[in-house]
Write a protein that binds this ligand. Structure first.
Ligand code: NOJ
Length: 532
């Protein structure tokens, strides 16, 4: 029997923006509970909720002040228990977001750690003396720009922070810290959580000697300050794999819970996060390649082929099209190609992760300067690095604020929310939402799409095509990545093709060469064919 997460589809919820239940303009857990039936109808299998723990919200929850409770803005522990129970009753799994690289500077552990050099928790975080002659201990740069070090006047040392200074880095070389964080996993597993997405897993361990990072020869200012140096010594250290393996052992001891690692690394280094047969790592090291991929058939074919070839024995693939940190797919490739992208995501081999709102085609929202909330944008404005545009509220209906909240939403909705919303799209067969539903339904009725092998990955003449096969069933996917018509010659093994789904449902197709071996794809059309 395959584990559920190999067969199923994940759906990321950014909780501030999914559904508000109390009119404060911020989404919450009771709101998510109220929308579970929508998620069941959509056809997903598990939701991953970005952090809901008590937090000063310097980085909107990725600065955790208590790992074992719920922030009042999102509700209570009881609300979370109810959400998990209601999700399970509907056959949905619930994943939380574990943030183990850093806590909030308001976490009691850090308050103790900074209180004196001799405090027992001093070593739970990374403290270093100033460089000889003064200044930060080395040249490491925060991912949000500026030095990755902040000076503590009272104790005369610097602490490391890969992100904001309000997010001090844990010292994972300290056994007591390590044990305390492992208890956090157990706490949530005991409450019924089905797994975790692990924030910046590759950042967790830093080189023991804190060597300077090499200067990045390709740096230019519009890339953002963090790219001045290569993160050679501040990330992806070999010791991280034993930590992932310990987390995995806890996940397995609790009946096979799921761990997903957030890791932005080249494929060859990403693969190490699957671990080894003796020390398995996370089941799914997130594969973000589609987010940055050039939208071309040849480039995408090469990405799929090389990723498949790089997987370790038994390693299960996964694909991601968007998340709360990166531009939305509708903005990256346009609405017509976003439909093709949906077909790609949901027909490749491997577990797909959907990002809330992509199923109705929300694009990046222009957030006026005065309304900007994201510290990433506030620290390096104007470079397009801010993440508010991709974190805007979901639109459910044509009512005030798209049915998201009775109050003023924390971020503005997309301009076309009155027509781009769940209720409207559910009633419009040509809209994005029915396409997502159809694709998700097809994965359930055609096992080959969910778990079958992938073969014949080809990218020529603007068409990306591949076959999915399982137990004698064979499906062919052909995606026209261009805005023009394209002729697609069926491979010989597609003897009796039947069209199961098209992203351009009203396209009138002829028999191009008279013998049924060539089909004319509409501009921006993707098709799924079944060999009957
Ligand atoms: C990655 C998260 O996805 C991002 O939103 C956050 O700002 C950083 N990690 C820091 O936790």
């Amino acid at each position: 029997m395959r584990p559920w997460w190999e067969v199923g589809v994940l759906y990321q919820i950014y909780p501030r923006s999914f559904q508000d239940s109390n009119g404060d303009g911020i989404g919450d857990l009771a709101g998510i509970s109220a929308r579970l039936d929508y998620l069941v109808d959509l056809g997903i299998d598990a939701l991953w909720i970005s952090p809901i723990f008590p937090s000063p919200m310097a980085d909107f929850g990725y600065d955790v002040a208590d790992y074992c409770d719920v922030d009042p803005r999102f509700g209570t522990l009881a609300d979370l228990d109810r959400l998990i129970e209601a999700a399970h009753a509907r056959g949905l799994r619930v994943l939380l977001d574990l943030v183990p690289n850093h806590s909030s500077d308001q976490h009691p552990w850090f308050v103790e750690s900074r209180s004196s050099r001799t405090n027992p928790r001093r070593d739970w975080y990374i403290w270093r003396d100033p460089a000889p002659g003064g200044g930060p201990p080395n040249n490491w740069i925060s991912d949000f720009g500026g030095p990755a070090w902040d000076y503590d006047e009272a104790t005369g040392q610097y602490y490391s922070h890969a992100f904001l200074k309000e997010q001090p880095d844990f010292n994972w070389r300290n056994p007591a810290l390590r044990a305390a964080m492992m208890d956090v996993l157990r706490f949530w597993f005991d409450r019924g959580v089905d797994g975790f997405r692990i924030d910046v897993l590759w950042h967790m361990v830093k080189a023991a000697d804190f060597r300077d990072n090499p200067v990045n020869p390709a740096y230019s200012p519009e890339m953002g300050d963090m790219h001045r140096v290569l993160q050679t010594h501040s990330t992806d250290q070999p010791e991280v794999h034993a930590i992932a393996a310990e987390m995995r052992a806890i996940a397995e001891a609790n009946g096979g819970r799921l761990l997903i690692g957030e890791i932005y690394l080249p494929v060859d280094r990403l693969m190490a996060y699957y671990g080894t047969a003796d020390a398995p790592g996370v089941q799914l090291p997130f594969n973000f390649q589609l987010i940055d991929a050039p939208w071309r058939a040849d480039a995408l074919a090469e990405i799929v082929r090389s990723y498949e070839a790089a997987l370790p024995p038994g390693g299960w693939p996964n694909w991601v099209l968007g998340n709360h940190d990166r531009p939305r797919i509708a903005t990256r490739v346009g609405e017509a190609q976003a439909r093709v992208a949906a077909m790609l995501l949901l027909t490749l081999r491997g577990t797909p992760t959907l990002y809330y709102g992509d199923e109705i085609g929300i694009a990046d929202v222009v957030v006026p300067a005065a309304q900007v909330k994201d510290p990433r944008e506030l620290r390096e404005p104007g470079l397009g690095l801010g993440r508010d545009p991709v974190r805007t509220p979901m639109a459910w209906d044509a009512g005030p604020h798209g049915g998201f909240s009775d109050g003023e939403p924390w971020l503005p909705l997309h301009d076309d929310a009155a027509i781009r919303n769940v209720a409207k799209q559910a009633a419009d067969p040509a809209a994005m939402l029915p396409l997502y539903r159809d694709l998700l339904a097809l994965r359930r009725t055609h096992g080959a799409l969910a778990t079958g092998d992938i073969a014949d990955i080809t990218g020529t003449d603007d068409i990306l095509s591949y076959a999915r096969t399982e137990n004698g069933e064979c499906l062919l996917i052909a995606l026209n990545l261009s805005g023009g018509e394209r002729r697609f010659v069926l491979p010989d093994n597609m003897e009796h093709p039947r069209l199961l789904l098209s992203t351009v449902p009203d396209w009138r197709r002829g028999d191009e060469d008279g013998d049924g071996r060539t089909i004319l794809l509409a501009p921006d059309e993707g098709v799924i064919l079944l060999n009957e």
